[in-house]
Structure formats: structure tokens, C-alpha cells
Design a protein around this ligand. Structure first.
Ligand code: NAP
Length: 254
């Protein structure tokens, strides 16, 4: 059975650990000791071992997750010596495979991107490059998307930001209802329910483009069409594209 090491116990790696255990992963999970109380709480909840230092995590693990913030990578790298070709799955946004090789020369680096839905095994999990054992491990956290090159991975990073934006979109739409007297609960049911309906329909008919599905609803003279025209006039679609451009620009500038 594979052993997994977590370098950097924080918001994201906690979700990874929860998802791994929830998927039935029974191998050892070794945690780095920084923020000891937090690591110990996770350890108690998910049957993980908090190690004495980062090197002990590396030594005991077959596959490592790197979950520190970008500015902490260099310091962490200086504390550890990885095994030859040890798989290092980096969750650090914007850090390229080349950067990872510079910091961890003996590692076999892999980039991964996932959302907090990993804790319920329903995240979109983007990895680059593919291969084992990481595909099997990460595949347990949701829907796996394997990308072959880094430019594609950068684009997928924009998709991960969309994940965050969708929450704010839902919030804005829910607020429109609550401002008109609907309860939070009902507003949530209406917004999330209709979003869920779109996803279900689109997934049920994968051969039909989402644009065609929308056009079949927003036919001329309908209320849907009237609202859609306002959204376009107000530049809503452009604003989304501009937000994506901004993220991509920042990623490329790193
Ligand atoms: N790929 C994705 O899908 C995705 C999504 C969201 C976030 N991210 C990335 O995930 C990473 C973590 O984000 P987060 O929100 O989970 O951060 P976080 O909650 O701050 O967790 C990072 C943890 O690493 C610890 N740490 C720092 N230096 C360390 C070291 N030398 N050894 C061991 N642990 C160390 C931090 O301790 P201190 O608090 O003491 O510094 C903290 O507990 C970031 O790089 C972010 O870019 C990726």
C-alpha cells in the first residue's frame, strides 16, 4: 500500500486528506508538523501521523503533496532531500514543473489543481503530466483531467479561478431574490437548483453544445432572451472574458 506525505498542512491539503480517507484510502498519511495543533486535529480525525519534521515526511512517503503557499516553497525545499524520482504533486498555484525541478532536483514533479470539493470526492482534478501512482490517488478526489503540457495547465488555472467566481455569481443572484423578500433558503434553492439543472442537462446531452442548449431556451420573444440581451448590452460576457485574461496575464508574468 502506498504511503502519502503532506508537506504543508493547510486549507487545501486538509480537503485532500479528507477526500482520500473518504474514498477508502487506507495507506499511511504522514503530515508535516508546522501548525502542530492543526496537523494533530487532522491526524486524529483522519488517522494520519504527524511527523517530527519535513524530512521524516519525505522519508516515509512514496508520494508527496506540496501544499504550502508559493513564498514558502524555497524555505521548505531547503529543509528536505527527496528520494530519486519521488513523485511530488504540487498544488502550488503558478509554480511550473521547471520551478519544481529547480527546488527539488531529485523529484518527479507533477502539477495538480483541485477545489475544496475534493473533500467530498467531487472536485475537478487537473494534473500534468499524467502517470501513476498519482493518477489513481488524485482520481479518487473527483473527475480527473489529464493535461499534457503546461500552457494547457495555465489555462486550467483560470478555470480554477472561475470556481471561486461562481460562488460570487451565485451570491449576487441570490441577493437579488432576498432583496425582494425571499428567504435565504428559498433564494439558494432557486439559484443553486437552476444551476444544477443546467449542469444535469448539459451532462445528459454531451453532444449538444451548451450554446445550443441555451439558444433552445432563449428563443426570440421569451423572457430569457430579453434578460440575455440586457446581460450582453451591459458587457457581462465581456467582463468574464476580461477577468480570465487578467488571470492568464498574471500567470504568464510569473
Ligand atoms: N492548485 C489548486 O487547486 C489550489 C487551490 C487553492 C490553493 N492552492 C495553492 O495551495 C497552496 C496552499 O494554499 P492554502 O490556502 O491551503 O494555504 P494555507 O492554508 O496557508 O496552508 C499552507 C500551510 O503550509 C504551512 N507551511 C509553510 N511553510 C511550511 C514549511 N516549510 N513546512 C511545512 N509547512 C509549511 C503553513 O504554515 P504557516 O501558516 O505557519 O505559514 C500552512 O499551515 C498555495 O500554494 C495555493 O497557491 C492551490
Amino acid at each position: 500500500m502506498l504511503n502519502i506525505g503532506i508537506l504543508g498542512v493547510g486549507e487545501l491539503t486538509e480537503k485532500v486528506v479528507l477526500g482520500l480517507r473518504r474514498s477508502g484510502f487506507t495507506g499511511q498519511i504522514l503530515l508535516s508538523p508546522r501548525n502542530h495543533e492543526r496537523a494533530q486535529t487532522l491526524g486524529n480525525r483522519c488517522a494520519c501521523e504527524v511527523m517530527l519534521d519535513n524530512q521524516a515526511v519525505v522519508d516515509g512517503a512514496d508520494l508527496l503533496f506540496l501544499g504550502v503557499r508559493p513564498d514558502a516553497v524555497a524555505q521548505l525545499a531547503a529543509q528536505v532531500q527527496l528520494k530519486p524520482r519521488q513523485t511530488l504533486v504540487s498544488l502550488v498555484a503558478g509554480l511550473t514543473l521547471g520551478d519544481l525541478s529547480d527546488h527539488f532536483p531529485s523529484a518527479r514533479p507533477v502539477r495538480a489543481m483541485l477545489s475544496y470539493a475534493a473533500q467530498i470526492n467531487q472536485s475537478t482534478v487537473v494534473i500534468s503530466p499524467g502517470g501513476e501512482p498519482h493518477e489513481s490517488v488524485l482520481g479518487a478526489l473527483g473527475q480527473l483531467v489529464v493535461l499534457d503540457d503546461e500552457p494547457e495547465f495555465e489555462l486550467a488555472t483560470v478555470a480554477a479561478c472561475m470556481n471561486g467566481w461562481f460562488y460570487f455569481l451565485m451570491h449576487d443572484l441570490q441577493q437579488w431574490f432576498t432583496a425582494r423578500g425571499l428567504s435565504e433558503e428559498k433564494a439558494q434553492q432557486l439559484v443553486m437548483g437552476n444551476l444544477q439543472d443546467c449542469l444535469a442537462s448539459a451532462r445528459h446531452q454531451p453532444d449538444i453544445s451548451v450554446k445550443a442548449l441555451g439558444e433552445a431556451i432563449a428563443t426570440p420573444g421569451t423572457f430569457t432572451r430579453a434578460g440575455l440581451e440586457v446581460l450582453k448590452e451591459q458587457g457581462a460576457t465581456q467582463a468574464w472574458a476580461q477577468a480570465c485574461d487578467e488571470v492568464l496575464l498574471r500567470l504568464k508574468a510569473r
